[in-house]
Design a protein. Structure first.
Length: 255
């Protein structure tokens, strides 16, 4: 079914407006608790699932301190500067809680299987460029070549191994929900669970914001990138070059 006519570039879907109004009313009347964007609350939720002693596995002390400072700064910005509506706050909480949860889940995995950090890695082909400059199109073109390997949407948003088929199912449900909230999403950026995706989910990009940390170094960010490429190669082993795409922050990698 084609998306409805969008009569204005900033028009929102009807379900998004209804969801926003419901959340605002539910929080005002005490039906639901508002999302807690305090970093300590986000860590507490993830630690209940994975433990409080796994973040440092496979990571240096500098890495841990750098990420925590980034998280604190971006949480403060979301709460004090972003001026998000109710739906925006809920989605920000979802993205930030996901990145903290995945960070501890990776630490738990590396603590149990430290050899994964030494997974053989074919030299990657990294697509760099500014937003709306065609990086996604180039990435998908390269990913279509059987001589290359690529990260799928389900790998990017659910990178931790799970029951076979579960990550694809969760990805399909997420995309269906996003499509309901924004019926024009697939026209702007076509996505599917097993289709090529840029490489790292939105929340991971916390790592590529240089202004978010006083400790930021190119070395830390390259280490982050390589660790996750190794996990992708471990899950889908091949001799082909993996093709991640980083469309925003090439300045961070090239500094």
């Amino acid at each position: 079914m084609p998306p409805p006519l969008r009569d204005h570039p900033l028009a929102r879907g009807k379900l998004a407006d209804r969801s926003n109004a419901f959340l605002a009313r539910a929080w005002d009347r005490g039906w639901l608790p508002p999302p807690d964007l305090d970093p300590q609350a986000l860590w507490a939720i993830a630690e209940r699932a994975h433990g409080d002693d796994v973040e440092a596995a496979g990571r240096s002390d500098e890495d841990v301190a750098d990420f925590r400072e980034r998280l604190e700064r971006i949480c403060a910005s979301v709460q004090q500067e972003a001026d998000l509506n109710a739906l925006g706050q809920a989605m920000a909480w979802g993205q930030l809680s996901r990145v903290v949860n995945n960070r501890l889940a990776f630490g738990k995995l590396w603590k149990a299987r430290p050899e994964l950090l030494d997974t053989r890695l074919a030299p990657p082909i990294i697509v760099l460029g500014h937003m709306r400059s065609g990086t996604t199109r180039i990435h998908k073109l390269l990913a279509a070549d059987p001589a290359h390997s690529h990260t799928r949407y389900q790998d990017a948003f659910h990178p931790i191994p799970s029951i076979p088929g579960m990550n694809r199912t969760k990805s399909a449900i997420e995309l269906a929900m996003l499509g309901a909230l924004n019926p024009w999403m697939q026209s702007i950026h076509p996505m599917a669970p097993a289709a090529p995706f840029r490489g790292f989910q939105m929340a991971f990009r916390l790592w590529f914001l240089p202004e978010c940390s006083s400790r930021s170094t190119a070395c830390l960010r390259w280490c982050f990138l390589l660790r996750h490429l190794r996990i992708h190669f471990w899950q889908r082993p091949c001799e082909c070059a993996r093709i991640p795409s980083i469309p925003f922050f090439e300045c961070c990698l090239l500094e």
